[in-house]
Design a protein around this ligand. Structure first.
Ligand code: NAD
Length: 297
């Protein structure tokens, strides 16, 4: 039987823990606050931000909604980040990516106060993650690590293949899996668009994390019996549905399930965990400000 790694259920449990944590913080006189900054009129970005705000409300985090005209000069975004950095009531800052082309994304990432950088994208936080001393682990790979741990998937000594080397998923996933720490100690291979013979790499893996943004690219033929498969992909493909599309992962679920001992569904696998870990990082940031230690099981 293939086990379905249910991110929805684990994220719900984490949200319950976070409700208790925000209550503890309230007792200590702290109200966790996440500022979301949206400089885009892309419907997908708007949806992501509003989902994050709804999630915040559910666990007792105040969401501060900042929206900027996507045609405004870059200085407007930089000024906004400066203000949020300086605001003692704001514990976490999330600048929704992508920002418009005329804005220097790297400058924005460097500008967010590292202690409020709940995405974990500031170079200081990236460095701390690599050094094994993470302040905030990036939400998607951290959520995957928690999901694997909850399912009893031991990564120690295992061969893990990460498909994708992006700054937000692939690279931090590689780092977490290789750390000398719980949920790490794996032997990690990172594959990407220039990788030769991807299937040969994935066939040798005990754990495959697919984060390429290519619908259904990892199928059962590329996997060995008993593998654990984590599908990060969220891809819109045309479909005969009300919206005219459906969301599919980077893994061909049907054929991969025939080989896998455990697999994440899309939707309902990695996505809800990503959202839960953003809430966790925000509550943790508030705890750090208030001197209250916050952790998840
Ligand atoms: P990205 O486009 O920044 O990076 C994709 C990576 O995949 C690149 O490093 C590239 O080298 C590699 N790649 C592309 N084509 C490949 C191929 N044919 N073979 C091997 N490697 C290939 O994407 P990203 O931001 O890392 O996101 C990846 C996917 O995960 C997307 O579908 C995205 O929507 C999804 N995503 C999901 C969540 C979630 O919470 N579930 C979070 C972030 C991203």
């Amino acid at each position: 039987m293939t086990e379905l790694l249910d991110g929805e259920a684990l994220a719900a449990r984490f949200r319950e823990e976070l409700v208790a944590a925000t209550e503890r913080l309230a007792d200590a006189g702290s109200q966790p606050t996440l500022a979301t900054v949206l400089m885009s009129d892309d419907p997908a970005s708007e949806t992501y931000v509003s989902m994050k705000q709804d999630d915040c409300a559910e666990v007792g985090i105040e969401a501060r909604d900042v929206e900027l005209d996507p045609t405004a000069p870059a200085t407007e975004l930089h000024d906004t980040v400066d203000e949020l950095n300086a605001d003692p009531e704001v514990n976490g800052i999330l600048v929704q990516m992508p920002v418009p082309d005329h804005v220097d994304k790297r400058r924005v990432l460097r500008q967010v106060n590292p202690a409020k950088d709940v995405d974990g994208f500031h170079p200081e936080n990236v460095g701390r993650l690599v050094a094994g001393d993470a302040r905030f682990k990036p939400c998607t790979p951290h959520g995957i690590q928690k999901l694997l741990a909850d399912a009893g998937v031991d990564t120690e000594g295992k061969d893990a293949v990460v498909v994708g080397r992006s700054d937000i998923v692939g690279k931090p996933m590689v780092n977490l899996l290789m750390q000398k720490a719980a949920g790490g100690n794996a032997t990690v291979t990172v594959c990407h668009s220039r990788t030769d013979d991807l299937a040969a790499k994935t066939r040798g893996a005990d754990i495959v994390v697919a984060a390429a943004g290519v619908p259904g690219m990892v199928d059962g033929d590329m996997l060995s019996e008993g593998v654990v498969v984590v599908d990060v992909g969220i891809n819109r493909v045309d479909a005969d549905t009300e919206k005219g599309y459906e969301l599919v992962g980077d893994v061909d679920f049907e054929s991969a399930s025939e080989k896998a001992r455990a697999i994440t569904p899309v939707p309902g696998g990695v996505g809800p965990m990503t959202r839960a870990m953003l809430l966790y990082n925000t509550v943790k940031a508030t705890g750090q400000d208030a001197g209250v230690d916050i952790d998840l099981p």
